[in-house]
Design a protein around this ligand. Structure first.
Ligand code: SF4
Length: 339
Protein backbone atom coordinates (compact mmCIF):
# COMPACT_ATOMS: atom_id res chain seq x y z
CA UNK A 1 0.00 0.00 0.00
CA UNK A 2 1.23 3.53 -0.81
CA UNK A 3 2.61 5.45 2.17
CA UNK A 4 1.77 8.78 0.48
CA UNK A 5 -0.98 10.49 2.51
CA UNK A 6 -3.44 12.42 0.33
CA UNK A 7 -6.02 13.39 2.97
CA UNK A 8 -5.46 13.55 6.73
CA UNK A 9 -8.37 14.11 9.13
CA UNK A 10 -7.53 14.73 12.79
CA UNK A 11 -9.82 14.92 15.83
CA UNK A 12 -12.86 16.04 13.84
CA UNK A 13 -15.94 16.93 15.91
CA UNK A 14 -19.29 18.01 14.46
CA UNK A 15 -22.45 19.05 16.33
CA UNK A 16 -25.99 19.93 15.26
CA UNK A 17 -28.03 22.43 17.24
CA UNK A 18 -31.66 21.30 17.54
CA UNK A 19 -34.67 22.33 19.62
CA UNK A 20 -33.96 19.41 21.91
CA UNK A 21 -30.30 20.28 22.44
CA UNK A 22 -26.99 19.69 20.72
CA UNK A 23 -26.47 16.41 18.84
CA UNK A 24 -22.81 15.35 18.91
CA UNK A 25 -22.86 13.61 15.55
CA UNK A 26 -19.08 13.18 15.05
CA UNK A 27 -16.66 12.91 17.97
CA UNK A 28 -12.88 12.89 17.74
CA UNK A 29 -12.60 11.23 14.33
CA UNK A 30 -9.12 10.80 12.79
CA UNK A 31 -8.03 8.88 9.69
CA UNK A 32 -5.59 9.01 6.80
CA UNK A 33 -6.30 8.30 3.14
CA UNK A 34 -3.33 6.98 1.13
CA UNK A 35 -2.74 7.52 -2.57
CA UNK A 36 -4.47 5.05 -4.89
CA UNK A 37 -6.17 3.16 -2.05
CA UNK A 38 -9.72 2.77 -0.77
CA UNK A 39 -10.64 3.55 2.81
CA UNK A 40 -14.06 2.18 3.77
CA UNK A 41 -15.98 3.86 6.58
CA UNK A 42 -18.57 1.41 7.87
CA UNK A 43 -21.27 1.49 10.50
CA UNK A 44 -25.02 1.43 10.93
CA UNK A 45 -27.33 4.29 9.91
CA UNK A 46 -26.89 7.41 12.03
CA UNK A 47 -23.35 6.54 13.22
CA UNK A 48 -21.91 9.72 11.67
CA UNK A 49 -20.13 8.36 8.60
CA UNK A 50 -21.86 10.59 6.03
CA UNK A 51 -21.67 13.66 8.27
CA UNK A 52 -17.93 13.06 8.63
CA UNK A 53 -17.21 13.22 4.89
CA UNK A 54 -19.80 15.87 4.09
CA UNK A 55 -18.36 18.21 6.70
CA UNK A 56 -14.97 18.06 4.94
CA UNK A 57 -16.50 19.76 1.91
CA UNK A 58 -18.84 22.11 3.79
CA UNK A 59 -21.85 20.09 2.62
CA UNK A 60 -23.62 19.96 5.99
CA UNK A 61 -26.04 22.83 6.61
CA UNK A 62 -24.30 25.35 8.90
CA UNK A 63 -26.28 26.27 10.97
CA UNK A 64 -27.61 24.02 12.47
CA UNK A 65 -24.37 22.06 11.88
CA UNK A 66 -21.11 23.25 13.43
CA UNK A 67 -17.58 21.90 13.19
CA UNK A 68 -16.36 22.32 16.74
CA UNK A 69 -12.85 20.86 16.49
CA UNK A 70 -10.34 19.18 14.25
CA UNK A 71 -8.56 19.57 10.97
CA UNK A 72 -8.77 18.04 7.49
CA UNK A 73 -5.80 18.57 5.19
CA UNK A 74 -5.70 17.70 1.50
CA UNK A 75 -1.99 17.39 0.73
CA UNK A 76 -1.33 19.70 3.65
CA UNK A 77 -3.97 22.31 2.68
CA UNK A 78 -6.55 22.88 5.42
CA UNK A 79 -10.17 22.47 4.31
CA UNK A 80 -12.08 23.13 7.53
CA UNK A 81 -13.03 26.73 8.12
CA UNK A 82 -12.88 27.70 4.42
CA UNK A 83 -15.76 29.73 2.99
CA UNK A 84 -17.94 28.50 0.12
CA UNK A 85 -15.86 30.32 -2.51
CA UNK A 86 -12.57 28.87 -1.30
CA UNK A 87 -14.09 25.40 -0.95
CA UNK A 88 -15.20 25.51 -4.60
CA UNK A 89 -11.50 25.19 -5.51
CA UNK A 90 -11.67 21.68 -4.00
CA UNK A 91 -15.27 20.53 -4.48
CA UNK A 92 -15.70 18.64 -7.73
CA UNK A 93 -12.21 19.64 -8.81
CA UNK A 94 -9.79 17.96 -6.40
CA UNK A 95 -12.38 16.01 -4.40
CA UNK A 96 -15.23 14.37 -6.31
CA UNK A 97 -18.36 13.07 -4.63
CA UNK A 98 -20.80 10.33 -5.59
CA UNK A 99 -24.05 10.66 -3.67
CA UNK A 100 -26.29 7.81 -2.56
CA UNK A 101 -29.34 8.82 -4.56
CA UNK A 102 -28.30 9.93 -8.04
CA UNK A 103 -31.85 10.90 -9.00
CA UNK A 104 -32.12 13.53 -6.28
CA UNK A 105 -28.47 14.64 -6.59
CA UNK A 106 -28.73 15.46 -10.31
CA UNK A 107 -30.70 18.45 -11.58
CA UNK A 108 -33.94 17.13 -13.14
CA UNK A 109 -34.32 20.22 -15.38
CA UNK A 110 -30.94 19.90 -17.16
CA UNK A 111 -29.72 17.24 -19.55
CA UNK A 112 -27.05 14.85 -18.28
CA UNK A 113 -24.59 16.30 -20.79
CA UNK A 114 -25.22 19.92 -19.76
CA UNK A 115 -24.68 19.07 -16.08
CA UNK A 116 -21.32 17.44 -16.71
CA UNK A 117 -20.28 20.13 -19.20
CA UNK A 118 -21.16 22.88 -16.70
CA UNK A 119 -18.80 21.30 -14.14
CA UNK A 120 -16.00 21.22 -16.71
CA UNK A 121 -16.57 24.82 -17.84
CA UNK A 122 -16.77 26.19 -14.28
CA UNK A 123 -13.83 24.26 -12.80
CA UNK A 124 -11.42 24.02 -15.74
CA UNK A 125 -12.34 26.99 -17.92
CA UNK A 126 -12.94 24.67 -20.88
CA UNK A 127 -14.85 26.03 -23.89
CA UNK A 128 -18.41 24.76 -24.43
CA UNK A 129 -17.35 22.82 -27.54
CA UNK A 130 -14.41 21.15 -25.78
CA UNK A 131 -16.59 20.36 -22.76
CA UNK A 132 -19.13 18.68 -25.04
CA UNK A 133 -16.42 16.44 -26.51
CA UNK A 134 -15.13 15.66 -23.01
CA UNK A 135 -18.65 14.70 -21.87
CA UNK A 136 -18.84 12.14 -24.70
CA UNK A 137 -15.47 10.71 -23.62
CA UNK A 138 -16.49 10.59 -19.95
CA UNK A 139 -19.82 8.88 -20.64
CA UNK A 140 -17.91 6.34 -22.73
CA UNK A 141 -15.46 5.77 -19.86
CA UNK A 142 -18.30 4.90 -17.51
CA UNK A 143 -19.71 2.55 -20.15
CA UNK A 144 -22.86 4.42 -21.05
CA UNK A 145 -23.76 3.23 -24.55
CA UNK A 146 -24.42 5.80 -27.31
CA UNK A 147 -22.97 8.68 -25.28
CA UNK A 148 -23.73 11.29 -27.96
CA UNK A 149 -27.42 10.47 -27.78
CA UNK A 150 -27.62 9.82 -24.03
CA UNK A 151 -25.94 13.12 -23.13
CA UNK A 152 -28.97 14.95 -24.54
CA UNK A 153 -31.35 13.09 -22.23
CA UNK A 154 -32.69 14.14 -18.83
CA UNK A 155 -32.18 12.19 -15.59
CA UNK A 156 -35.73 10.75 -15.67
CA UNK A 157 -34.86 9.02 -18.95
CA UNK A 158 -32.02 7.02 -17.29
CA UNK A 159 -32.34 3.78 -15.31
CA UNK A 160 -30.96 3.65 -11.74
CA UNK A 161 -27.69 2.01 -12.83
CA UNK A 162 -27.21 4.43 -15.74
CA UNK A 163 -27.89 7.40 -13.46
CA UNK A 164 -25.21 6.18 -11.04
CA UNK A 165 -22.78 5.88 -13.99
CA UNK A 166 -23.64 9.45 -15.04
CA UNK A 167 -23.01 10.57 -11.45
CA UNK A 168 -19.62 8.85 -11.50
CA UNK A 169 -18.80 10.56 -14.84
CA UNK A 170 -19.70 13.89 -13.22
CA UNK A 171 -17.59 13.16 -10.14
CA UNK A 172 -14.44 12.28 -12.14
CA UNK A 173 -14.90 14.98 -14.81
CA UNK A 174 -12.22 17.25 -13.36
CA UNK A 175 -9.85 14.36 -12.57
CA UNK A 176 -9.99 14.67 -8.77
CA UNK A 177 -7.35 13.13 -6.53
CA UNK A 178 -9.95 11.98 -4.00
CA UNK A 179 -13.34 10.44 -4.69
CA UNK A 180 -15.89 10.20 -1.89
CA UNK A 181 -18.51 7.55 -2.64
CA UNK A 182 -21.38 7.76 -0.15
CA UNK A 183 -23.31 4.46 -0.29
CA UNK A 184 -22.91 4.41 -4.11
CA UNK A 185 -24.72 1.11 -4.65
CA UNK A 186 -27.36 1.02 -1.92
CA UNK A 187 -30.31 1.76 -4.21
CA UNK A 188 -29.20 -0.71 -6.91
CA UNK A 189 -29.89 -4.41 -7.46
CA UNK A 190 -26.99 -6.82 -6.96
CA UNK A 191 -26.12 -7.19 -10.66
CA UNK A 192 -25.89 -3.43 -11.23
CA UNK A 193 -24.11 -3.06 -7.86
CA UNK A 194 -21.38 -5.46 -9.06
CA UNK A 195 -21.02 -3.50 -12.32
CA UNK A 196 -20.71 -0.16 -10.50
CA UNK A 197 -18.09 -1.54 -8.09
CA UNK A 198 -16.13 -2.97 -11.03
CA UNK A 199 -16.30 0.42 -12.73
CA UNK A 200 -15.01 2.18 -9.61
CA UNK A 201 -12.13 -0.31 -9.34
CA UNK A 202 -11.09 0.20 -12.96
CA UNK A 203 -11.35 4.01 -12.67
CA UNK A 204 -9.24 3.88 -9.52
CA UNK A 205 -6.52 2.05 -11.42
CA UNK A 206 -6.67 4.21 -14.56
CA UNK A 207 -6.96 7.59 -12.74
CA UNK A 208 -4.89 6.79 -9.60
CA UNK A 209 -7.88 7.77 -7.44
CA UNK A 210 -7.88 7.62 -3.66
CA UNK A 211 -11.39 6.61 -2.59
CA UNK A 212 -13.35 7.05 0.64
CA UNK A 213 -16.19 4.56 0.48
CA UNK A 214 -19.07 5.03 2.88
CA UNK A 215 -21.12 1.88 3.30
CA UNK A 216 -22.96 -0.34 5.75
CA UNK A 217 -22.33 -3.40 3.54
CA UNK A 218 -19.38 -5.49 4.73
CA UNK A 219 -19.46 -7.47 1.47
CA UNK A 220 -18.69 -4.26 -0.45
CA UNK A 221 -15.92 -3.44 2.05
CA UNK A 222 -14.27 -6.86 1.61
CA UNK A 223 -14.24 -6.41 -2.14
CA UNK A 224 -13.15 -2.77 -2.44
CA UNK A 225 -11.15 -1.58 0.58
CA UNK A 226 -7.56 -1.82 1.73
CA UNK A 227 -8.18 0.19 4.93
CA UNK A 228 -11.34 0.19 7.09
CA UNK A 229 -12.66 2.48 9.82
CA UNK A 230 -15.64 1.16 11.83
CA UNK A 231 -17.82 3.95 13.26
CA UNK A 232 -20.27 3.72 16.14
CA UNK A 233 -22.16 6.57 17.83
CA UNK A 234 -20.09 9.27 16.11
CA UNK A 235 -16.69 7.73 16.88
CA UNK A 236 -14.25 5.41 15.13
CA UNK A 237 -14.22 2.33 17.35
CA UNK A 238 -11.83 0.23 15.26
CA UNK A 239 -9.57 0.87 12.29
CA UNK A 240 -6.92 -1.05 10.42
CA UNK A 241 -6.29 -2.99 7.23
CA UNK A 242 -9.15 -4.93 5.71
CA UNK A 243 -7.50 -8.16 6.94
CA UNK A 244 -7.24 -6.74 10.48
CA UNK A 245 -10.93 -5.89 10.52
CA UNK A 246 -12.18 -9.16 9.04
CA UNK A 247 -9.69 -11.71 10.39
CA UNK A 248 -8.36 -10.07 13.58
CA UNK A 249 -11.41 -8.06 14.74
CA UNK A 250 -10.55 -6.38 18.04
CA UNK A 251 -13.77 -4.55 19.00
CA UNK A 252 -16.98 -6.23 20.21
CA UNK A 253 -19.05 -4.00 17.89
CA UNK A 254 -17.08 -5.15 14.82
CA UNK A 255 -17.66 -8.75 15.90
CA UNK A 256 -21.39 -7.98 16.18
CA UNK A 257 -21.45 -6.48 12.67
CA UNK A 258 -19.67 -9.50 11.23
CA UNK A 259 -22.03 -11.92 12.99
CA UNK A 260 -24.99 -10.02 11.52
CA UNK A 261 -23.81 -10.53 7.92
CA UNK A 262 -26.49 -12.49 6.02
CA UNK A 263 -23.94 -14.91 4.50
CA UNK A 264 -22.91 -16.12 7.95
CA UNK A 265 -26.46 -16.73 9.03
CA UNK A 266 -27.83 -18.08 5.78
CA UNK A 267 -28.22 -21.57 7.26
CA UNK A 268 -30.04 -20.26 10.33
CA UNK A 269 -33.70 -19.43 10.65
CA UNK A 270 -32.97 -15.87 11.87
CA UNK A 271 -30.26 -13.30 11.24
CA UNK A 272 -28.17 -12.47 14.30
CA UNK A 273 -28.72 -8.98 15.67
CA UNK A 274 -26.81 -6.75 18.04
CA UNK A 275 -29.29 -6.34 20.91
CA UNK A 276 -30.27 -2.84 22.03
CA UNK A 277 -29.86 0.41 20.11
CA UNK A 278 -27.16 3.10 19.73
CA UNK A 279 -26.92 5.72 22.50
CA UNK A 280 -28.66 9.07 22.41
CA UNK A 281 -26.18 11.50 20.88
CA UNK A 282 -27.89 14.44 22.60
CA UNK A 283 -26.06 13.17 25.68
CA UNK A 284 -23.49 10.51 24.76
CA UNK A 285 -22.61 8.22 27.68
CA UNK A 286 -19.66 9.24 29.82
CA UNK A 287 -18.09 5.84 29.28
CA UNK A 288 -17.93 3.57 26.25
CA UNK A 289 -20.69 4.35 23.74
CA UNK A 290 -21.25 0.61 23.22
CA UNK A 291 -21.45 -0.41 26.87
CA UNK A 292 -25.22 -0.92 26.97
CA UNK A 293 -25.00 -3.49 24.15
CA UNK A 294 -21.64 -5.07 24.81
CA UNK A 295 -21.41 -8.71 25.93
CA UNK A 296 -18.01 -8.01 27.56
CA UNK A 297 -18.97 -4.85 29.48
CA UNK A 298 -17.05 -4.18 32.72
CA UNK A 299 -17.82 -1.71 35.49
CA UNK A 300 -15.14 0.65 34.19
CA UNK A 301 -16.79 0.84 30.74
CA UNK A 302 -19.91 2.62 32.06
CA UNK A 303 -18.13 5.68 33.37
CA UNK A 304 -14.79 5.92 31.54
CA UNK A 305 -14.49 6.50 27.79
CA UNK A 306 -11.86 4.19 26.31
CA UNK A 307 -9.13 5.67 24.08
CA UNK A 308 -7.97 3.98 20.88
CA UNK A 309 -5.48 1.25 21.74
CA UNK A 310 -2.98 -0.08 19.19
CA UNK A 311 -0.84 1.41 16.43
CA UNK A 312 -1.54 0.40 12.82
CA UNK A 313 -4.60 -1.57 13.99
CA UNK A 314 -6.57 0.33 16.65
CA UNK A 315 -9.60 -0.47 18.80
CA UNK A 316 -11.47 1.78 21.24
CA UNK A 317 -12.07 -0.77 24.00
CA UNK A 318 -10.88 -1.23 27.57
CA UNK A 319 -10.22 -4.92 26.92
CA UNK A 320 -6.96 -3.78 25.31
CA UNK A 321 -5.67 -1.99 28.39
CA UNK A 322 -2.56 -3.66 29.79
CA UNK A 323 -4.30 -4.13 33.17
CA UNK A 324 -7.50 -5.64 31.69
CA UNK A 325 -8.27 -9.34 32.12
CA UNK A 326 -6.66 -11.35 29.33
CA UNK A 327 -9.20 -11.65 26.53
CA UNK A 328 -8.97 -13.25 23.05
CA UNK A 329 -9.79 -9.88 21.41
CA UNK A 330 -6.65 -8.41 23.00
CA UNK A 331 -4.55 -11.07 21.33
CA UNK A 332 -5.97 -9.98 17.94
CA UNK A 333 -4.72 -6.42 18.41
CA UNK A 334 -1.37 -7.56 19.73
CA UNK A 335 -1.00 -9.90 16.73
CA UNK A 336 -1.63 -7.17 14.16
CA UNK A 337 -0.31 -4.02 15.88
CA UNK A 338 2.46 -5.42 17.99
CA UNK A 339 1.08 -3.21 20.79
FE1 SF4 B 1 -17.38 -3.46 25.62
FE2 SF4 B 1 -16.14 -2.15 27.59
FE3 SF4 B 1 -14.91 -2.58 25.28
FE4 SF4 B 1 -16.91 -0.84 25.42
S1 SF4 B 1 -14.91 -0.66 26.44
S2 SF4 B 1 -16.60 -2.34 23.83
S3 SF4 B 1 -18.24 -1.85 26.89
S4 SF4 B 1 -15.58 -4.13 26.75
Amino acid sequence: MSSEVVLAVDNLAVEFATWGGSVQAVRDVSFKLHKGTTLAIVGESGCGKSVTVQSLLGLIPMPPGRITAGSARLRGEELLGLGAKALNRYRGKRIGMIFQDAMSALNPTMTIGDQIAETLIVHTGMSAAAARQEVITLLGQVQIPEPERRMRQYPFEFSGGMLQRAMIALSIACQPEVLIADEPTTALDVTIQAQILQLLESLQKSHGLSIILITHDLGVVARMAQEVAVMYAGQIVEQGSVDDIFYRSAHPYTLGLKAAMPGKAAHKAQLQVIPGSPPDLFAPPAGCGFHARCPHVMQLCESNAPPLFGTTHQARCWLHHAAAPVHPLRQQLIASSGS
